[in-house]
Design a protein around this ligand. Structure first.
Ligand SMILES: NC(=O)c1ccc[n+]([C@@H]2O[C@H](COP(=O)([O-])OP(=O)(O)OC[C@H]3O[C@@H](n4cnc5c(N)ncnc54)[C@H](O)[C@@H]3O)[C@@H](O)[C@H]2O)c1
Length: 255
C-alpha cells in the first residue's frame, strides 16, 4: 500500500475526512496538495505536515473553473507532477422542496457535482502528463438513501456516482476511477447536520451509533486508510468501483 513519491491532490483536504487523508498520505511518503476554501486551516496544516513530510496548501474554490485550473498548475509547480486526485470537497445543506432555493442548489450541486466535473476536467490532463494515475471521489451512502430533508445533497451524491462510472469507462487504461461511499463519519460536516435538534450532538451521536451494525460512528481515519489503499498500486485492478464504508448501515434490514 505504498504511496511513496506519489503526488496526490486532495480537495477539501483541510477538514474532516480530507484532512485525515492528507495526514495519512503524507505519513505514507506522498507529496500532498491540500486544496480548499479554508485558508487559515490550510496554512496551519501545511506548516504542520511540511515539518514531517511534503505538503502544500493551495486555496481553491472547486466550483470556480479558473481556480481549479490554477490548482493543478500549482500542484505541478510544487511537485513536478500529479499522480492521483482525491476529489473530496463537499458542501451540505438541507430543506424540503418547498424550502428550496437557487442558493442551496448552487452551493451543493456547485461543489459536489460541478466541482467534481471541473476537478476531472483539469485533473485528467495532469494525470495524463504523468502517464496515468488514479481519480478517487468521496461520494456518500446518501446516493442510495432518501435522508429526510436532504433531497439536493442526496441527488448530488447520486450524480457524483454516475459521473464516476462514466469517467471510469472514458479513461479506462489511463486513469483508474474509484469512489469511497462513507456512512456516518465524525467530522465538522456531521456536527453541522446535527445542529437545531433538541438534543446535544454527543447524545445524537450515541443514539445513531446504536443503530449502526458495528455500534460506532466512523472516524475520518477509517476513510483515510481505505483511500490510501485505493490510491496505491495494490488496487491496480479496481476500476469503476465505489467502496461502501458504513459499518454495515446499508446492509441492515429495514425492520
Ligand atoms: N461526514 C460524513 O458523515 C460524510 C458521509 C458521507 C460523505 N461525506 C463526504 O465527505 C466529504 C468530506 O466531508 P467531511 O465530512 O469531511 O466535511 P468537512 O466539512 O469537515 O470538510 C469539507 C471540506 O470541503 C471543503 N469545501 C467546501 N466547499 C468547498 C469549495 N467550494 N471548494 C473547495 N473546498 C470546499 C471544506 O473547506 C472542507 O475542507 C464530502 O464530500 C462529504 O459530502 C461525509
Amino acid at each position: 500500500m505504498s504511496l511513496h513519491g506519489k503526488t496526490i491532490v486532495v480537495t477539501g483536504g483541510t477538514s474532516g475526512i480530507g484532512e485525515a487523508c492528507a495526514r495519512e498520505f503524507v505519513a505514507r511518503g506522498a507529496n500532498v496538495v491540500m486544496a480548499s476554501i479554508q485558508r487559515a486551516e490550510g496554512e496551519a496544516l501545511e506548516a504542520e505536515l511540511a515539518a514531517v513530510g511534503r505538503a502544500k496548501f493551495i486555496p481553491c474554490d472547486v466550483s470556480d473553473e479558473s481556480q481549479v485550473q490554477a490548482l493543478f498548475q500549482g500542484a505541478k509547480a510544487a511537485f513536478g507532477r500529479v499522480d492521483a486526485i482525491h476529489c473530496n470537497a463537499g458542501a451540505w445543506d438541507k430543506g424540503t422542496a418547498e424550502e428550496f432555493n437557487e442558493a442551496i442548489w448552487n452551493k451543493v450541486m456547485g461543489v459536489n457535482v460541478k466541482g467534481a466535473m471541473l476537478t476531472a476536467k483539469h485533473g485528467v490532463p495532469a494525470l495524463r502528463e504523468s502517464g496515468g494515475g488514479v481519480f478517487l471521489a468521496t461520494t456518500s451512502v446518501a446516493a442510495h438513501i432518501g435522508f429526510p430533508q436532504h433531497a439536493v445533497y442526496c441527488a448530488s451524491k447520486a450524480a457524483l456516482e454516475a459521473l464516476l462510472r462514466c469517467l471510469a469507462t472514458d479513461y479506462a487504461g489511463l486513469i483508474r476511477v474509484v469512489g469511497i461511499s462513507p456512512g456516518t463519519i465524525r467530522t465538522p460536516m456531521l456536527a453541522a447536520t446535527c445542529q437545531g435538534w433538541d438534543k446535544p450532538v454527543e447524545q445524537l451521536y450515541a443514539e445513531v451509533a446504536e443503530k449502526i451494525p458495528v455500534r460506532r460512528l466512523g472516524e475520518p481515519e477509517d476513510v483515510a486508510k481505505a483511500a490510501a489503499f485505493l490510491l496505491s498500486d495494490d488496487a491496480s485492478y479496481i476500476n469503476g468501483t465505489i467502496l461502501t464504508l458504513d459499518g454495515g448501515t446499508l446492509a441492515l434490514p429495514p425492520w
